[in-house]
Design a protein around this ligand. Structure first.
Ligand code: MG
Length: 301
């Protein structure tokens, strides 16, 4: 199923996204805990309650549709106060293309996953604008990424069991201010500006997708294809990332781990092709959907 968080007549709700529209779960006769998660738009709680709603899937799948024009899809985790987990330099060709810009050696591939986070305040949904002030950054870049959504609480996971903790997948644009990234000597600041985490459009359960290695991630800027890659080329696979991240650190239902971006980002071009006002970034994985966001430049005091 494709789970979405959406706005309808001023309310934020959870529903099932299908081609015809969004299935409206609000009026179903469900246990109180489930109803609260749906009516509050609490996606992390919904994922945590999976054991409760899984037996009711047939009933949920028959809920009435809301027409697409009556709903606005939101970021699946807009209300959740926890950082997004990310990993840098996790595709070989992207690590190589970044080396020139950051003055590191292209042969210097990471021996361990390079984890960092983005704050929840940076999250925006499908269609919302990526906004930046030219006073603060002049090197804003896109990074199309497949993101894993955790389904169960877990710690010290082994590689062989890690996939049992995955609920599903979504998409992230790991928008990055390259000048800030370079100046501050780490990832966090330049990747954490408000609106720098477009997320969505849906969370698709892993059982409803083909094996993740066969998926194809593509990113376009203004209709021009810039990135095309498969998660089979990740330096650290999803189970390896989850095993590594969870050592000594608890993963929780609703946690998001973006798996890294492939080659083709703006800094890889000579000269670099950074985002400008009026650009539109579109990220797609078949079965998960399309995450499209326009770019707006605005002065800030
Ligand atoms: Mg990234």
């Amino acid at each position: 199923m494709r789970w979405v968080r959406y706005e309808h007549r001023g309310r934020v709700l959870l529903g099932i996204d299908e081609e015809k529209g969004v299935r409206h779960l609000k009026d179903l006769n469900l246990p109180e805990e489930l109803a609260q998660a749906i009516n509050g738009g609490h996606m992390d709680r919904w994922i945590e309650l999976q054991p409760l709603w899984h037996p009711l899937r047939d009933e949920l799948a028959k809920a009435p549709f809301l027409p697409r024009q009556e709903v606005r899809l939101l970021a699946p985790f807009g209300g959740r106060r926890k950082n997004l987990f990310c990993v840098g330099r996790n595709y070989k060709a992207h690590a190589e293309e970044s080396a020139g810009f950051f003055g590191t050696s292209p042969a210097d591939l990471p021996a361990y996953p390079v984890f960092f986070t983005k704050p929840y305040t940076a999250i925006i949904g499908p269609g919302e604008a990526i906004r930046f002030s030219p006073r603060i950054t002049q090197a804003v870049d896109y990074e199309g990424e497949l993101a894993v959504v955790i389904g169960r609480r877990g710690k010290n996971l082994k590689t062989g069991e890690a996939m049992n903790y995955v609920f599903g997948y979504t998409l992230l644009n790991d928008v990055s201010a390259r000048d800030l990234q370079k100046r501050h000597g780490q990832y966090f600041k330049g990747k954490s500006l408000d609106t720098f985490a477009p997320l969505g459009p849906a969370i698709v359960e892993k059982e409803d997708l083909p094996p993740v290695e066969t998926l194809e991630l593509r990113t376009w800027v203004n209709g021009e294809l810039r990135q095309k890659a498969s998660p089979k080329d990740l330096l650290f696979s999803i189970p390896e990332l989850l095993a590594s991240l969870s050592q000594g650190m608890t993963l929780e239902p609703g946690d998001v781990l973006a798996t890294g971006t492939p080659e083709g980002v703006g800094l890889g071009f000579n000269p670099p092709r950074f985002l400008r006002a009026g650009d539109v970034v579109r990220i797609a994985v078949e079965g998960i959907g399309v995450l499209e966001n326009p770019v707006v430049e605005e002065e800030e005091p």
